[in-house]
Write a new protein. Sequence first.
Lengths: 284, 406
Amino acid sequence: MSLLERTTSDEPALVAPPRKRRWGRFILPTYSWLVIAYLVFPIILMIFYSFNKVYNGIPQVSFSWIGFTTEWYRQWSNVPGLTPAFWLSIRLALVSTAISTVLGTMLAIALVRYRPPRFHGKVIVEQVIFLNIAAPEIVMGASLLGLFVSFNIGRGFLTLVLAHVMFSIAYVTVTVRARLSGFDRSLEEAAYDLGATPRVTFTRVTLPLIMPGVLAGALMAFALSIDDFVTSNFLSGSSAPFPVWVYGVTRVGIPPQVFVFGTAIFTVGIAFAIMSIVLARKKV
Amino acid sequence: MSIKSEGEAEAALSTRDVKTSGRSSRIANLESADVEFVNVTKTFNDTNAVEDLNLRVEAGEFFSLLGPSGCGKTTSLRMLGGFEDPTLGRILLGGQDVTNLPPYRRDVNTVFQSYALFPHLNVYENVAFGLRRQRIEKQEIKRRVGEMLDVVDLPNFEKRQSSQLSGGQQQRVALARALVNQPKLLLLDEPMSALDAKLRRQMQIELKRIQTQVGITFLYVTHDQEEAMTMSDRLAVMWHGRVEGMGPPKDVYDSPTTEFVASFLGASNLLAGRIDSVAGRRTVVAIDGGGSVVVPSDRVPDLAGSLEVKVGVRPEKIGIQAVGTPVADAHNAVNGRVRVSTFTGVGNQYIVETALGVNVTVYAQNIGHQFAPRSGDDVVLTWPEEHTFIVKPLPKSIEMNETEGD
């Protein structure tokens, strides 16, 4: 009697008979599919309407189904201004990704390897990186605009690159750093031991081993750059990158080709995402 | 005429080999170098990891640094490899001062404790890594890597990834990767610690065979005393950054010079006592718990005026016999009662409560038909006087409990 009392009061979970929860096993799958639908539905809608015809021949997206057409895919480059804006975005993303990946990787290595006696600014750099990620983009964009205006620097490709590198660097650093934190330093010692100079050790051992992290960081930088609107809107002068251009035309009506470009970017994005998952799974 | 001229002919042949191929094509009989630590001290955060180390390893020797974790053995090895800079002192390799040379400029290769095989390269590329750095031509690299993989008994493993190898195979690849560069000195940092006991014994024999074959100097770091004794020509027992005892394994084992060496290298019965009288070749030590033990006078170390000593005798040197049986000449004899008797297969281990006031461990080999007392039996323990040694007792402030190793 007393024993029973004690066990039931102390550890009710252990004495409770195992219940068969028939419905329980449906909860997680149902929830997962709901989340996926929630996230993907708008994109599916965009892809769907990229095959829609238009009213009265006015090339403008409408959200009621008129009829199937692949006309917009065939005439993808027919909208004045859209294609240059798209290529500007691609160039901008490539250049800023290249720069921020190199700088971010270097920064990550320094942060993991060196401590205050040798690297005095370590703590400050770490805080600035956090701040860079946490700060609202609108603030960054506005202050960058202020900076460029007050220093009389003309807005254009250069200012866009500077801004995009600025906000990507922190993400690259964080990603590469995560990869480096589990890095076995004895591998580098083994390379030195076998006659490799520090430079050869970096290119033959360190870099290949952290490459998955570097690529993941680069993909992130590219994704951040290609869809950036807030900062780019402040800094693009006469030539606007794709998101800024699209925002501009929404006031008059969106040409269906925008959905074609959107679908293309999404498809490439999916390919990149799968690639990054594969890379992340690859062990050190 | 015959023997000498043959030797000369062979020497001439190998010289020609060196001249034609640029490098000796043979794996056997490589050039080896001696090593010297001169007053080397290494300080980490105000504590001395290595303290005034003076050590000389002869060319072609298999030398072990033995000691518990934190004794400074790995730090010494890392200084020799170039991964740590000595705080004080110099390190000489083949007579050349290498103290300030970076690791990639030293003619030394290392087998790391974790093996440190490059996970992004296959076995072939791992072994070829050092040769590629020397810009040796492709065919030559291929031949030497193949030969080396044969030496470590891993033929046809070229295309394997290091993650597909067992611990023992990884260790062999690490060994091949180091030896293929024909270093003058090979450093081994506890290379067996990740292997199971059976494989370890097998690899010990293998390693000794390879060392004999290639003929270069091996500096081996381990905390496993059996391993060190099995393979080494000479060894040094280290403790708290200092060398406590050095010499061929048998000398260090049979005549330990300090209490630490006596208890770390094998097991010892150590009895605290005081030198009572010296009569020619026989020194009598009065044991604190009662009774006395005779030690040969030439085995009494310099005690710097003190008479406090510890008398030691190895468990396997003690014979166990029935009360009343005659004791041989020049033997110490002590009465006792068996407290614990353990059968270990290869022998019997007894813990005997003795008239000396301490428990003495006795190890008797299982060779049949001998006196085998059970616990509670009264016995007499005897051992030859010459198997008794004396060490200076440790200062009371120093604890011995950190001698277990890891």
